[in-house]
Design a protein. Structure first.
Length: 256
């Protein structure tokens, strides 16, 4: 028996699971329980729904999530855009929103976990250069590339959540307005650990962005974390373009 939040499995999908012969029962408010092979069976049915969207009466928001996830699955990485020749594993619509946030908020420091090939760090640094304000700290265990830039400091360590790494980043962020983008490992525990480590570093009114919440573990980690961190609220205005890999996870730190 396993609990799955119905915010990720909307009613239309629950109906589809039932029609597919899945042993599904609803108990209480917002909890989907599935017997049999538990998560694997439910996720398998969810995948079938993704492959056959016409069988599910999606709302427009759910359809956009389906399109985004399906687009990435079908193209298997070929959709990755490039910034000045460096691959960036992000939706162009999210990159556009990032530059709007940087221009409007002008943080002193942008902390990014997950350097990969350095494309997103370069993009962020170039926007900082354009507006004449801000620097980027990009953290990775073993980045594939670290493109040079006067506004980027690359930081490596055993993990983005290692106490020494977090302490050093916190020291660098002291007395600076800080924004954080989390995009390293996407398993539930790691995302939760990153939220706990870097959430306190974000300045009031600035953003903590958790990437890839179109993925189940990441989405659940954010949803559960927000229940005990009322200083953050999801800013849905940052999803104005519809297509995003960060649904529900443009988190803005409010002044309590």
């Amino acid at each position: 028996m396993s609990d799955i939040k119905t915010s990720f499995f909307p009613q239309e999908l629950v109906d589809y699971l039932r029609k597919s012969g899945t042993d599904v029962v609803i108990e209480g408010t917002g909890v989907l329980q599935c017997c049999g092979e538990a998560n694997d069976h439910v996720l398998g049915c969810y995948k079938r729904a993704m492959l056959h969207p016409a069988e599910v009466d999606w709302t427009s928001r759910q359809a956009l999530r389906w399109f985004t996830r399906r687009f990435m699955d079908l193209h298997d990485g070929a959709w990755w855009c490039r910034w000045r020749g460096h691959r960036v594993a992000k939706m162009p619509t999210d990159l556009w929103m990032y530059q709007q946030i940087l221009f409007d908020m002008k943080p002193d420091l942008i902390v990014e976990t997950g350097t990969w090939e350095g494309g997103s760090a370069t993009f962020l640094a170039d926007i900082c250069e354009t507006i004449g304000h801000g620097k980027v700290i990009s953290i990775d265990i073993a980045p594939k590339a670290t493109p040079g830039h006067d506004r980027i400091l690359y930081f490596s360590g055993p993990s983005s959540t290692a106490p020494r790494v977090v302490a050093d980043i916190a020291l660098g962020a002291r007395d600076h307005t800080t924004m954080v983008i989390l995009d390293s490992a996407h398993d539930y525990q790691h995302v939760t650990d990153e939220l706990n480590a870097y959430g306190p570093l974000v300045s009031p009114n600035h953003y903590l962005i958790v990437e890839d919440t179109d993925m189940f573990d990441t989405s659940m980690a954010v949803e559960h974390w927000l229940k005990t961190h009322h200083e953050y609220t999801a800013d849905t205005q940052c999803e104005v373009f519809g297509l995003t890999k960060n649904p529900g996870s443009y988190l803005r730190k409010v002044v309590l």
